[in-house]
Design a protein around this ligand. Structure first.
Ligand code: SF4
Length: 382
């Protein structure tokens, strides 16, 4: 069972040197062929699914979903609605790269049913954007944002990245101020990580002088928390800030362990049909994906049924990502065990290290815990 649908669009105009996501170049034909394959995949899922709850959210992620045209997006939304049902107030998000959209395209997206945009601004500094290999300037990103407002989008998120090569504290503060001037409903803030098998991994080896050190990265995290918090943004998840009422429903579903179906090459899914649910991914190769679907089969790999221990660990490290934290009663209802009996020792250590706080109702990360979240999550691995 799933109530959320993720649609992966694996095409980009140009590969960014820091990005480890599966993406490839495209033509108008490959986009159109791919849209058809996504419909085939959804059809096959529907044929093989038991009863289904209506979808609460659809998320077009990538890659660069804004390379699709509005007819393709409308067709995919219609298909999803026909096959699975769509709640009246469903959130339908599209990730948009500022280098690929203008007012007319955005207005068409809005008419096609997209009601939330996630704009990949990344930085308002042209030098940083060039370092990141982005296809747009800061001015173009601002223009795209204004065009989205004009196209009647009243729920817009922007993504920013900090801890960039050569970035100073002052440069990051300027980025935050520029973000606040746009007044988006949602802001995601990621610290750059150097991923294996990327051009950045070759360019910036560990300890590179150009990369901000841990202290400066921590200061950037805290500056975002302070500045965005003082402007009414709730820091509701480690990397996400929202105006009240504008949290990402789709992404919140991941952290709450709602069932979701991912379609497209390399997409991940978590279905909650039996036991503690099943996770799997789709093959991350366009040709294999297409050939498998053409044979009437789903291109799923790495299928794993979660044990209770797996599910409890996920519950902890996904739930702790959110500022609401883990509601102790909910954990006990789901697993039939006392939280303290399972994780009492880990919780004591983390409380002592001031990475976590507990009260009778909930367990939450402290700000320091959010900053050092990977260190915290290791304590809950099965
Ligand atoms: S546009 Fe996004 S998905 Fe595509 S290469 Fe750049 S960062 Fe990766």
């Amino acid at each position: 069972m799933f109530t959320r649908l993720y649609i992966h669009i694996p095409f980009c105009q140009k590969k960014c040197p820091y990005c480890a996501f599966f993406s490839q170049e495209h033509t108008a034909e490959s986009l159109s062929e791919y849209a058809g394959l996504l419909c085939t995949e959804m059809n096959l899922v529907a044929q093989n699914s038991a009863s289904q709850h209506k979808l609460d959210s659809i998320y077009f992620g990538g890659g660069t979903p804004s390379l699709m045209n509005s007819r393709q997006l409308a067709r995919l939304i219609e298909q999803a609605e026909q096959l699975f049902g769509l709640a009246a107030q469903a959130e339908i998000t599209l990730e948009a790269n500022p280098g690929t959209v203008d007012y007319h395209k955005l207005a068409d997206f809005r008419r096609a049913g997209i009601n939330r945009l996630s704009v990949g601004v990344q930085s308002f500094d042209d030098q940083m954007l060039a370092t990141l290999g982005r296809i747009h300037t800061a001015q173009e990103a601002k223009k795209s944002f204004a065009a989205a407002r004009q196209a009647n989008f009243n729920n817009i998120g922007i993504d920013l990245i900090n801890s960039l090569p050569g970035q100073t504290r002052e440069m990051w503060q300027t980025d935050l101020e520029q973000a606040l001037q746009l007044a988006p409903e949602h802001i995601s803030v990621y610290g750059l990580t150097i991923e294996d098998d990327t051009r950045f991994a070759e360019q910036y080896t560990e300890g590179s002088m150009l990369l901000p050190d841990e202290d400066l990265s921590a200061e950037m995290f805290e500056a975002a928390d302070d500045r965005l918090g003082s402007h009414g943004y709730e820091h509701y998840e480690i990397a996400n800030y929202a105006r009240p009422g504008f949290r990402s429903h789709h992404n919140s579903g991941y952290w709450h362990r709602d069932g979701y179906l991912g379609v497209g090459t390399g997409a991940h899914s978590y279905l909650r049909d039996t036991g503690y649910g099943t996770r799997f991914s789709n093959v991350a190769n366009f040709d294999t994906y297409a050939q498998t679907l053409c044979k009437g089969k789903l291109p799923r790999i790495d299928i794993s049924d979660l044990t209770r221990e797996d599910a409890m660990a996920e519950y902890m490290f996904l739930g702790l990502r959110m500022s609401d934290g883990i509601v102790i009663k909910s954990f006990e209802k789901e697993f039939g065990m006392q939280l303290n009996d399972v994780y009492g020792q880990a919780l004591d250590v983390l409380k002592f290290q001031q990475l976590l706080t507990t009260d009778p109702a909930a367990v939450r990360l402290t700000r320091r815990g959010m900053l050092l979240s990977n260190q915290v999550f290791r304590h809950f691995l099965p």
